[in-house]
Design a protein around this ligand. Structure first.
Ligand code: T5A
Length: 234
């Protein structure tokens, strides 16, 4: 295929926030709405998203890697991300699909940042090396008091009979710090990030997310299209 006939790169959307903020639920709903527009959508998650990264997910979230220390945990998240990017995210974007990912590198900045190690400069260096220029076009930061999110996650876990994972068991102060860190990321990068009030009713959260995607990505894409094409796709 010649360079001029390559499909346009797809859009990369990430969902971020603390525990139980509703990312997985909203990811499914957003995918359905985009697919209804005729867009190919790939939904995925971190840690995980590819077979090798899912293996690493199991090692981290079971708590088995905690004894190795925060630096090793951060490197394991990065190793999983490298495989996920290479085998799933980049190929999908290259063929023109839109990728929605439940957590990405902002979770490393916030969670590993909240553990206090490795230091922020190392986390930023890891981000540069691992993510490169595959940065999200839009990051939706679902914001919720951690008490509410943890209660939702507890209720869902009891329903499914699952065990508490590595970070859910941390103290409330850790989860409050996490929330502040996600809000700080949004403040530092307003072009990429939109904060969504995840305490609202689930349908309202869905609408806020749709509005952000529509304004930031769909409308923007149409205004870059030749007029005839934009009319046909609206
Ligand atoms: N991590 C991850 C790092 O430390 N560093 C990293 O680099 C990365 C990538 C991942 C863990 O790994 C850490 C962060 C995490 O601790 P996970 O199992 O993927 O672990 O956990 P979470 O991402 O936190 O996912 P959860 O499933 O716990 O939360 P979600 O996906 O945000 O929430 P969801 O959609 O499952 O909803 C939870 C419950 O709330 C209800 C839902 O129906 C569901 O029952 N709900 C609502 N109820 C009322 N009102 C609303 N608006 C609601 N929205 C959802």
């Amino acid at each position: 295929m010649s360079a001029s006939s390559s499909p346009a790169r797809g859009r990369f959307i990430t969902l971020e926030g603390g525990e139980g903020v509703g990312k997985s639920t909203q990811m499914r709903w957003l995918a359905r709405r985009l697919e209804a527009r005729g867009i190919e959508v790939v939904t995925t998650r971190e840690p995980g998203g590819s077979p090798k990264a899912e293996f690493i997910r199991e090692v981290i979230l079971s708590g088995r890697a905690k004894a190795l220390g925060p630096m090793a945990e951060a490197l394991l998240f990065s190793a999983a991300r490298i495989d996920h990017l290479d085998t799933l995210i980049r190929p999908a974007l290259a063929r023109g699909a839109w990728v929605i990912c439940d957590r990405f590198f902002d979770s490393t900045t916030a969670y590993q940042g909240a553990t206090g190690e490795p230091e922020p400069a190392i986390l930023r260096a890891l981000e540069r090396v691992v993510v490169g220029d595959t940065r999200p076009d839009l990051t939706l930061i679902l914001d919720l008091p951690p008490e509410v999110g943890l209660a939702r996650a507890d209720a869902r876990r009891e329903q499914l009979g699952e065990a508490t994972d590595r970070f859910e068991g941390e103290a409330l102060a850790f989860h409050r710090d996490l929330r502040d860190r996600f809000l700080a990321i949004a403040k530092a990068e307003p072009k990429r990030c939109v904060v969504i009030n995840a305490a609202a009713q689930i349908e309202m959260v869905e609408e806020s997310i749709w509005q952000a995607v529509d304004e930031r990505l769909l409308t923007a894409a149409q205004s870059n299209m030749p007029t005839d094409q934009a009319r046909a796709s609206s």
